[in-house]
Write a new protein. Structure first.
Length: 421
């Protein structure tokens, strides 16, 4: 049955985006091409979930359509002629235009070889039926749904279904994508697709580090990434990516808590990495960092969280002085500390971490290096030692004023003469 979604499209888009899509359709027609809205935005339109990033496929020269459709007062499209793509960035939304293509995979996990094709070829190369629908943008059929693989019916039933038997062999990142969709939309894998997923798990090993990491990063951007990670664990996907990776309910709770106190997206991602890898040994964390080609910040956070895990027993001592807590914790990354605070099971150790994060690490003596120089302390290792003793004294409440600090410095510089003063 034919279905036309132009009314939904118009209702859902901002006036600026709507106008641009109309011009894209018109310019495609003028140039003798056809243009379609494809993939995620069509799925999201049918689900009634607005999306700001739109993908358009042109049967013809996509960059030419992008350039013809934009007026001088709009941002100029960024064109990648070699790939036949162009991007138009607007205030709140973005349109990616690509030339319709067919593709073939030389070996499992390789990036596909692509060549210009029809919209039908472009749709049949996609991951799941729900992502393989298109909406006509040009001419009298504007808004007409092109659904060659039963995507709409699968969407109605909440099924994730691959388009052919070797879909996961060609590209095992689809396993990670599928689990993400499953959890985001509350869908289930259709029976045969689940069998193929389980059969083809090992092809995850053919996927490059950057591509696997990228899928994790996209998962971290989901509203509740813990759902996807838990499911990846249950399906055995995490174990194939790295045999030491585990995800359980305490980690789920910890991820949700970390999100509530996050200071920045990058830091939150690093906390997620630490939580995901919590319990993994230092050696294994290193191989995990390589398997995923993690950035330096994430690797450092992971190494710190391994060391913190080993310190839990030592930190479980209520008699530790604040300066001792400081010495154990002050070189650790914030992400690792946050992960430890969430994952420690011993309350005293957890309390020390909280106290350090919220108070101790902000404690500074009022005297600076310059003040010490004025008191006759030469620059060099001695100054470093005195500054650190001063900080310990502040942390332990042994000095309460600037005068106390000056007196302490004098005692430290000249321990013999001080009692005579
Ligand atoms: N796609 C695919 N196989 C992949 C990656 C992408 O078939 N390994 C196709 C899918 O049809 C997908 C489209 O390319 O809909 C665009 O990819 P992407 O932007 O990653 O997917 P979205 O569906 O837009 O997903 P999300 O909602 O998570 O952004």
């Amino acid at each position: 049955m034919r279905m036309n979604l132009s009314a939904e499209l118009d209702r859902w888009l901002s006036p600026e985006t709507r106008e641009l899509l109309v011009r894209i359709g018109a310019c495609a027609t003028c140039l003798g091409y056809h243009a379609y809205l494809v993939g995620g935005p069509v799925r999201d339109l049918l689900l009634g979930r607005p999306s700001c990033d739109l993908d358009v496929v042109v049967e013809g020269d996509a960059p030419a359509v992008a350039c013809a459709a934009t007026t001088p007062d709009q941002s100029t499209p960024v064109v990648h002629s070699a790939f036949g793509t162009a991007t138009i960035q607007m205030d709140v939304s973005r349109i990616d235009l690509a030339t319709a293509r067919a593709e073939s995979y030389e070996r499992p996990g390789a990036l596909p070889t692509v060549y210009p094709g029809t919209i039908e070829q472009d749709l049949v190369r996609r991951d799941f039926t729900v992502n393989a629908m298109a909406l006509t943008l040009d001419g009298r059929c504007r808004g007409e749904l092109l659904d060659l693989h039963g995507g709409r019916s699968d969407l109605d039933h909440g099924f994730l279904r691959v388009l052919h038997e070797s879909s996961f062999i060609d590209d095992a990142t689809r396993i990670l994508r599928g689990v993400r969709y499953e959890q985001r939309f509350g869908f289930v894998f259709e029976k045969r697709t689940l069998e193929l997923l389980e059969r083809d798990l090992r092809y995850m090993n053919c996927i490059s580090a950057d591509r696997v990491r990228h899928e994790f990063e996209r998962t971290f951007e989901e509203e509740e990434p813990e759902q996807t990670l838990r499911r990846l664990d249950v399906l055995g996907v995490l174990g194939v990516i790295h045999p030491t990776l585990l995800f359980h309910s305490q980690k789920s709770w910890a991820l949700a808590s970390a999100r509530r106190s996050a200071r920045s997206p990058t830091e939150l991602h690093n906390v997620y990495w630490c939580l995901l890898a919590w319990g993994v040994s230092a050696d294994d964390v290193e191989t995990l960092g390589e398997r995923l080609n993690l950035a330096r910040g994430a690797r450092e956070a992971l190494a710190d969280s391994c060391e913190l895990a080993l310190l839990e027993a030592r930190l479980d001592d209520p008699g530790l002085a604040p300066s001792e807590v400081f010495d154990l914790l002050h070189r650790r990354s914030h992400a690792a500390l946050q992960a430890a605070e969430l994952m420690f099971v011993r309350p005293t150790a957890r309390g020390h971490i909280s106290h350090f994060v919220r108070r101790l690490r902000h404690v500074r003596p009022s005297l600076t290096g310059k003040d010490l120089q004025a008191l006759g302390v030469p620059e060099g290792p001695l100054m470093g030692r005195i500054l650190s003793s001063l900080r310990s004294a502040c942390l332990n409440g042994e000095v309460a004023s600037r005068e106390d600090e000056v007196a302490l410095v004098r005692r430290l510089v000249n321990p013999v003469s001080w009692p005579l003063e």
